[in-house]
Design a protein. Sequence first.
Length: 257
Amino acid sequence: MRLKDKIALITGAGSGIGRCSALRFASEGAHVVVADINLEAAAETAALIAQAGGEASAVACDVTDPASAEAMARQTLERHGRIDVLFNNAGISGVGALHEVEPDAWDRVISVNIRGTYLPSRAVLPSMMERRGGVVINMSSCIAEIGLARRASYAATKGAILALTKSMQVDYAPYGIRVNALLPGTILTPFVEKYLRESYSDPEEGLAGIRSRQLSGDLGRPEDVAEGALFLASDESKFMMGSPLYLDGGVVFGKNA
Ligand code: NAP
């Protein structure tokens, strides 16, 4: 029970890594507040947690909307009195080299990924500061560290989130708050399945490309990232501050050829 009685708020937890992390956190004793822009998907995650014997509640939140982020934090604080862990997981993909990306598509990726990290943090941090404790986990990506073809807008956001994580850590360390980032490689979730469909006429070609940049022969699974998130959320990582945690099958630090 590594998160016994902790209140953990996870954005974008109606799908993929967020859903899997919500299930994992709950299995370790957390009450998980499952937030997603899609309330039905969030409710489904909360129901899966309840079926497994855990505790969860679902809340609709668009992380790009200040009122929505504030309402999510306020409701959680009213119901539970505190937020121990904020996992800023919600994010969307963006495909294309810079010159191929339309301004509206660019703005959308920047907004969901960066503003969507800023607004929930802004809504939750004052309560953590008051209690002088808490954990924030920001979802970056290994793309923050390496160049990958035709992912300009997405890479820009994930690099920004890594820089933001370091900056936040310096500002909130005096309040006993830890802020770290997850840097996954490619993880098979609905998000990546969509990317493969949109970017390749044959998704198998895309999968082969993903495998070729890893050292691991296995594809990343949401469970691999959920374990990392659990480590960052728990006291086991208490000496980890402002750091990136790589979960990428050897993409960043390995080389196959
Ligand atoms: P996913 O399966 O698409 O899940 C993301 C969830 O976030 C979806 O439920 C999505 O709802 C929700 N969401 C989208 N916009 C939102 C908004 N404005 N407010 C609140 N929720 C919103 O994606 P995933 O693969 O699990 O990715 C989760 C995070 O990990 C993202 O930040 C992603 O960048 C990051 N990441 C993923 C990978 C990977 O390979 N999968 C690698 C590195 C980092 P809808 O489905 O309704 O849009």
